[in-house]
Design a protein around this ligand. Sequence first.
Ligand SMILES: Cc1cc2nc3c(=O)[nH]c(=O)nc-3n(C[C@H](O)[C@H](O)[C@H](O)COP(=O)(O)OP(=O)(O)OC[C@H]3O[C@@H](n4cnc5c(N)ncnc54)[C@H](O)[C@@H]3O)c2cc1C
Length: 448
Amino acid sequence: MKHYPAARLPSHTGLAPWRDILTVAPPSFPQLDHSAVADVTIIGAGFAGLAAAQRLTQLDSNLNVTVLDAGKIAEGASGRNSGFMIDLPHDLASENYSGDALRADQKQIELNRQAIAFAKNAVEQYDINREFFSEIGKVNGAASSHADKCNTDYGNHLDQLNETNERLDAQSMYELTGSRHYLSGIYTPGTVLIQPAGFSLALAAGLHSQVDIYENSPALAIKHDKANWIIESSKGRVTSGQVIIAANGHLESFGFSKNRLMHIFLYASMTHEFSRKESKNIGGQDNWGITPSDPMGTTMRRFKTPSGGSRIITRTCAHYLPEMRTTDAKMQKAAAIHRQKFQQRFAHLGETQMQYQWAGHLCLSHNGVSVAQELEQGLYSACVQNGLGATRGILTGISAAERCLGLKTEISVFFESEKQASLLPPALLAKPVANALLKWKERRATNE
Ligand SMILES: Cc1cc2nc3c(=O)[nH]c(=O)nc-3n(C[C@H](O)[C@H](O)[C@H](O)COP(=O)(O)OP(=O)(O)OC[C@H]3O[C@@H](n4cnc5c(N)ncnc54)[C@H](O)[C@@H]3O)c2cc1C
């Protein structure tokens, strides 16, 4: 009998902010407490797991699909991100997000847009609050001449790709953000800014009439016995014809892709809610997202709240942590840097309270590929989204669902033909080297 026990389960640092700020109580799903049977079981209810469930129901409404999550929906990375559902190449290891080859970038854009269309379809099908899915694009902001040069290079790359982009000067950046920090920007219209918890929870609620969803139901082991896969949880088990692991970096916890996945923790802070009046004092518009022109800089996002006020998110700092967990102390250090970055941009607001600080797990491979493969007969993965968790997560989920049903589409063929994630040096060596490199890149990004 094949037996893949989970060596580790997810561990979260800081409250999941997007879930916590919802004004309507989030739907909750039961814990698995019995022996269930399914055609397909999905482990993980992040972007990838929910997209896999959605695609399976689209392809065959009679399929019996079960989703298990170790925690609550939107408590993991899919509820801890900055909410940029990005259509364009976003290679975090590059100097300015451009990929290596035009053809590869074109393909990536085309697939990313299919993922966004898929998410939009869910918004329409399940009548998801439109405020959770803001189709307003994003800006690459630059605060120094080096970053301005990154923007120019990126803009030229977009021109070569025939992608719409608009160069913004310092005044336009001020009118957008209310901050004099930025010297220039490049606006691209295709990114959607989501409320990631609102979106994921509404999608799960919509799927629930066709899919059995269980929260607080960790997959503790995956076994294969005769013709079936058995997923053992703490209080129940599912016997299943096929299984999709959509557990992000925790794919490795089941023993797959060992020494091939880079476990990065990112940190972010969110302000308290600015009232309507305070929001006016910020200046600028109340709904925008800025990624830094230097990929190791600071992401900022402001969004409107249901009461007519707004909040601002600051995201920067990264650690390479093969142990797949971070600490409160590391998060607090990052939070101090977030306060500094916020002050640099919004000094005119005086001392501003950050209501939330949090960390989240990002999983990358060194050669930028996902791990969306058939691992064994009937066992699939939809993991490793690299820098584009929202769009890639959806794509790997779609791909796994299609491959379960033996369907060859542009998406499933793309992932089937991706190379294997490349091997990393031993963690003992890789960890200090990678963290030193991240620190150096963050320092170099200075004010970005
Ligand atoms: C601070 C921060 C900002 C980010 N900003 C962005 C952004 O703006 N745009 C973007 O595209 N990406 C962003 N990302 C990355 C993005 O959030 C992730 O790449 C994405 O959420 C991955 O989706 P996923 O479904 O693969 O994994 P996850 O969201 O991690 O979902 C995996 C699920 O599997 C569950 N799981 C794990 N092990 C088990 C088990 N044994 N049994 C059952 N369930 C299990 C977990 O509980 C989790 O819910 C950011 C990440 C962070 C941390």
